[in-house]
Design a protein around this ligand. Structure first.
Ligand code: HXC
Length: 518
């Protein structure tokens, strides 16, 4: 066939064959499972018409000694390329389940590695859309080597460019480890599953029956394992979620996060903040109310909402600037720090620090969660992660103590001596070595034992302790916090403090890297 007198037959034949791969029948196969084609997903992820594909016509590797059949296809089951997300450059790969179950062979892996190299070189985020049965069995060790090469690049890119994985079908075997190295994992409810070994292997090895959903569904990974940071009900909303997350992030570790002009209606004085913390120190409240009243309207985007709900993490904007927030949640487990909440928040602090995102800690924590289970599972080691992450972070760091700040938890939650730049407290703050009841029980053990009415005496002593010791004024007078503030002006104070820290620079001692208690 000629175009303008030139013979383009081969060019057009290839295109026709390629288009057939993504025909109506192929689409129906995916749609019947509630899933979209790789191209349809890319269209939602990127700004309209901005995606440019490369390597569309590569073919699968030739295998001399194979087992099972190989499908001859263009692209080898993965689409790679670049485009714009909200006007900013991003790279992506999207696996095509219709080609050998999205399994990863040598050429498929080489394509993913190529786009990883490009994203790193160009300093732009990489999004992986995963829909894969794992290592391609027919290609044997070449598939395993392909995965190892991807993991290597994930690690090289870690802390340099944001890496996001979106699970949109199975992610089995080798397909799970790249996501777990990347910064954020999105999953789609019901249609995506992640597991190292599937239900069949579980049955064979352990003789246990478990469904795909119970073993590695989105809900399990969002609530129990913590592997999934974000889950959505369908693919479109999942991909829109990725676009939203990227709007808070810089393209790489040498840039600052994007600025988004706040609305005119933002209030600098918010009286409602004065009433959020209840008079009764044991009464819970929702720290998300505080977050929403401090940040620019509607700007709070929570991460890992369903996992370790005793701590809240996420991104928001303060006068247009991206801020990462770590807040104890008094509504769940009284806001205590346990293993899961320490790990959740430590990784988030590390992410913010890697990408020049200032951190705000909102503190109301009675201490670490006591118990044999926590101690035996390593709360010492895991709690230290959060401590380490805060102390190691060189981005601007501010703490506001809303209420309880007792014991080790005082130290851990970005205290002044851990390198916090500005530490404020509300008048409702209780700062002390331990809570009133515990302190009284230790200091007045003898008196309580000898008392005719120990309960009454304990109550009186606890009230005295709360009044005289567990308040913010001793810490303020000794300079352990910078100021006790009126809750209503918290937003204003924070905007001004983060502005003052804009050019913060810290000289870190020369070393290969620290040794965080992993
Ligand atoms: C080659 C594969 C494949 C694989 C699926 N297919 N997985 N081909 N290698 N790993 C092919 C199937 O043969 C089938 O081909 C097509 O993809 C669709 O698969 P179905 O089984 O029909 O689909 P479905 O019922 O939806 O089940 C999807 C699935 C299942 C859950 C992913 O296929 C499955 O369990 N696959 C194996 C998963 C697994 O154990 N992977 C681990 C590999 S080892 P046809 O021609 O019939 O359409 C590994 C180790 C790496 O990854 C370690 C690195 C650290």
């Amino acid at each position: 066939m000629d175009i303008n007198g030139r013979n383009f037959t081969k060019f057009l034949d290839r295109k026709r064959k390629y288009d057939k791969q993504n025909s109506k029948e192929a689409a129906e196969k995916q749609h019947s499972k509630g899933k979209l084609l790789a191209y349809e997903r890319i269209e939602i992820l990127f700004d309209k018409g901005s995606f440019e594909e490369i390597d569309a016509y590569v073919t699968p590797a030739f295998i001399e000694k194979g087992f099972g059949k190989m499908t001859s296809s263009y692209g080898d089951g993965v689409v790679i390329g670049h485009g714009l997300i909200s006007g900013r450059l991003a790279f992506a790969y999207a696996q095509d389940f219709n080609v050998m179950g999205g399994s990863l062979g040598a050429v498929h892996a080489a394509k993913i590695q190529k786009i990883q190299n490009m994203a790193l070189k160009m300093g732009a985020p990489l999004v992986g859309l995963i829909d894969s049965g794992g290592a391609r069995i027919q290609e044997g060790v070449a598939s395993l080597a392909g995965y190892a090469g991807i993991f290597f690049r994930n690690v090289q890119s870690s802390g340099v460019i944001p890496q996001i994985s979106v699970i949109m079908g199975p992610a089995a075997g080798g397909a799970v480890y790249s996501p777990s190295i990347t910064d954020f994992v999105f999953m789609v409810s019901k249609t995506s599953h992640m597991f190292v070994t599937g239900p069949n292997v579980v049955k064979e090895v352990l003789n246990e029956d478990v469904s795909f959903e119970d073993l590695g569904g989105a809900d399990v990974h969002a609530r129990k394992s913590g592997v999934a940071n974000m889950i959505y009900d369908d693919e479109e909303n999942t991909l829109l979620g990725v676009r939203k997350l990227l709007s808070y992030l810089p393209a790489n570790n040498l840039e600052n996060p994007p600025y988004l002009c706040p609305s005119d209606a933002e209030k600098d004085v918010e009286e409602k903040l004065r009433d959020i913390v209840p008079d009764d120190a044991n009464k819970p409240y929702d720290v998300k109310d505080v977050i929403n009243l401090i940040f620019d309207k509607g700007s709070f985007y929570e991460i890992s909402e369903l996992y370790a709900q005793n701590i809240v993490i996420g991104f928001g904007r303060l006068n247009g600037k991206t801020i990462g927030v770590v807040a104890n949640q008094p509504k769940v487990l009284a806001g205590t720090l346990d293993i899961n909440s320490s790990m959740k928040s430590a990784r988030f602090v590390r992410f913010c620090d890697s990408f020049n995102i200032p951190i705000l800690a909102l503190e109301d924590v009675p201490g670490f969660l006591p118990g044999v289970d926590q101690e035996h599972s390593g709360i010492i080691r895991h709690g230290a992660k959060l401590l380490y992450a805060f102390a190691d972070a060189t981005v601007p760091r501010i703490t506001v103590i809303l209420r309880k700040s007792y014991g080790g938890a005082y130290c851990v939650m970005n205290s002044k001596n851990l390198g916090g730049d500005f530490n404020y407290a509300w008048p409702t703050a209780e700062i002390a070595v331990m809570g009133p009841e515990g302190a009284v029980a230790i200091l007045y053990r003898k008196e309580l034992a000898e008392s005719e009415d120990p309960a009454k005496l304990k109550k009186e002593l606890a009230a005295k302790y709360r009044n005289e010791i567990a308040n913010p004024y001793i810490a303020d007078e000794k300079g352990f916090i910078d100021e006790v503030i009126d809750p209503a002006v918290t937003r204003k104070k924070l905007i001004s403090a983060f502005d003052a820290l804009e050019n913060k620079h810290v000289n870190v001692p020369s070393r290969k890297h620290g040794n965080i208690p992993l």
